[in-house]
Write a protein that binds this ligand. Sequence first.
Ligand code: PMP
Length: 409
Amino acid sequence: MHELARCRQDFPILARTVRGGRPLVYLDSAATTQKPVQVLQAMERYYREDNANVHRAVHELAERATQAFEQARLRVARFIGADDPHCVIFVRNTTEAINLVARSWAQPRLREGDEILVSLMEHHSNLVPWYMVARQTGARVRFAGLLPDGRLDMDSLREKLTPRTRVVAIAHQSNVLGTINPVQEIAELAHQAGAVVVVDGAQSVPHMPVDVRRLGCDFLAFSGHKMLGPTGIGVLWGRRELLESMEPLFGGGEMIREVTLQGATWNDLPHRLEAGTPAIAEAVGLAAAVEYLEAVGMEAVRRHEQELVGYALQRLGELPDVELYGPSQQRGGVVAFNVRGVHAHDVATILDQQGIAVRAGHHCAQPLMGWLDVPATVRASFYLYTLPEEIEALVEGLQAVRRIFGTSR
Ligand code: PMP
């Protein structure tokens, strides 16, 4: 259980107190993760020693900055098993990555009658961009349903997958239910139907080994800030032929080959999809985060979270007023629940008074809330630095909720 406990000292923020001296119990890593000193130091070192704009000058600092930025790309590519680092496009976050695919790949290609297949557990980031494409093109968004325990209903997915399906956009891991979806199988089915597969890896790439060759997807989107890196940097990985076929969404510096009075031609990948000055220090920070995760080992991260989530489900399951959501198997380190008779926001507020940081709300997954038939849930989410003692603190915190609100009415 304590295999990764030594990691904790690398995260200075986890040693701070909150709410008048209470130790911080940070159970909100699905929203964003804390950052180890290795990441903080890499970014500071970059600004102190190497800072310059990338790609555009011959001076030493520009060379160093460019090298650091491109090394970061290489490191990220290796981390996700991508053979070609030029297929790693740096964007701001998962949201931007999916919007880029939606606007730049899907929108020009889809027509009335085409279908985009998503699931009922999607984050709005993997849903709203497809609604936008549908609005522009006349295509239709369809939903694969869920089984009662919160796993994806593969029969429903097969049924909704038709020759009209052009895109299958699916979360690898749900940010609410924790469900891990069989993306490899989905990609095979989708490809048989002639659809392109977009995987929202925001909650999987940080928490388990992810290899794009094994997944068989066409696009993978994820965010640096959810995997120990800084905010402001995310990744879109795509198959080369698909990325090359995309018209850039933004025009400007970096992304051109030549600009004349008549017009412009586009640069090669990845630059054609990265207009303007990129988030250089953030890429350096992300590379340091990847290095950190590789040193720990993604199998070990996954194992740790599996143990934690098993423990959390068991302990929370013992509380009579707590209703838990999501499957018991094939799930990541996320536990969504409600305390019967108490609004999720009240639960989160009482926990916060005890120094316990959880999230309450619809978690940007309103269709899923509709399916669960609740307005909101509380969500506790874990990472490699989470300790079993923090789950105990959550259990104690929930007992305090019960004391304050009484037992279920
Ligand atoms: N998809 C999933 C499954 C997520 O959990 C999140 C973040 N909560 C996102 C997409 C969006 O990530 P970002 O806000 O970094 O773009």
